[in-house]
Design a protein around this ligand. Structure first.
Ligand code: DHB
Length: 304
């Protein structure tokens, strides 16, 4: 067996390094990540209604990473369905369809629309930090709301593994993960962007982002991601997709040792280009060989 090959919720991945949601905006464009060697791909979150997104600029760089406030721009479930269908026929790696809703009943509705397309996974984005003004706090900030969202979605996702994507902006992320597991989530994805944060242009004396504040990603949040994954791993039995500032092969090994079975590489695509997938794959393989590991999955949870 290939040293990087792994299984997650019973589904085979050629390598554990996947594209998280939101790095690529348009559905057909996501194929770039497969061509670059990603083991799996998460599509940008889809909502029930079409959304135009927040004012520009939506993504800005700061010394520790990025702030983004895209505002869940997407074509809405009706328009997205055909595009997702076409994408699924093209893609050769497992695809995770990410869904966002602000009402629990909408999660159930949108999952039932996606189920017939039979993606490998459905991810519930319980944690976008950028739409508070419109909808209130993300569902993932509440233990009970997370439980209900997963439970309702599960009614319509049947045999498609359901992933709950959690926010780090809570006092106890392990409690939220436990609630999702109790509601029969098949996996946890952690972490979504932190914050929101703000950057001010001191000449213009105004926030730089069009929406003033945005979710924080990139190297600055990696220690928080590692801690969250570590705590979730101790609290639940379901597998974890770890992400948040993973930029180097050492970061990837670190978050797997914290407890991640798959690793999301997102902001690093902006920092290092798409070749980051091939580079991290090669480097992790060298590490495994040098250290005498037979397969990458042996790293999962070693720090406990
Ligand atoms: C957006 C959504 C997210 O889930 C996130 O973490 C950051 C940004 C957005 O579309 O604004």
């Amino acid at each position: 067996m290939n040293k990087l090959e792994t299984t997650f919720c019973g589904i085979k991945f050629k390598n554990p390094f996947i594209l998280p949601s939101g790095i690529i905006a348009e559905i057909p464009e996501h194929i770039k990540a497969e061509k670059a060697g990603a083991g799996g791909i998460t599509l940008k979150s889809i909502t029930v209604e079409k959304r135009g997104g927040h004012p520009y600029p939506r993504i800005i760089k700061f010394p520790g990473g990025f702030l983004n406030s895209v505002g869940l721009r997407n074509p809405g479930i009706k328009n997205a369905k055909q595009q997702i269908k076409e994408f699924l026929t093209k893609a050769k790696v497992p695809i995770i369809v990410s869904l966002f809703a602000t009402k629990i009943s909408d999660f159930q509705k949108i999952v039932s629309e996606i189920f017939p397309l039979k993606p490998a996974f459905i991810e519930l984005n319980l944690s976008c930090p950028n739409v508070d003004d419109e909808f209130g706090k993300p569902l993932g900030m509440g233990v009970d709301a997370s439980f209900e969202a997963v439970k309702k979605a599960k009614k319509n996702s049947f045999n498609i593994p359901l992933i709950a994507k959690l926010t780090p902006n809570v006092a106890n992320i392990a409690e939220v993960a436990k609630a999702c597991e109790k509601a029969e989530a098949d996996a946890i994805s952690a972490i979504n962007t932190l914050g929101p944060g703000m950057v001010i242009d001191i000449k213009k004396k105004r926030p730089v982002l069009g929406n003033k504040k945005g979710g924080v990603s990139g190297p600055a949040i990696k220690p928080i991601a590692v801690r969250c994954v570590y705590e979730i791993y101790e609290a639940v039995k379901i597998p974890i997709i770890g992400m948040g500032g993973i930029t180097t092969w050492e970061d990837a090994v670190e978050i797997m040792m914290a407890g991640a079975s798959l690793v999301g590489i997102g902001s690093a695509v902006y920092l290092r280009g798409y070749r980051v997938f091939e580079e991290i794959k090669k480097e992790v393989e060298v590490f495994l060989r040098k250290e005498g590991y037979y397969n990458v999955s042996e790293l999962i949870g070693l720090a406990h």
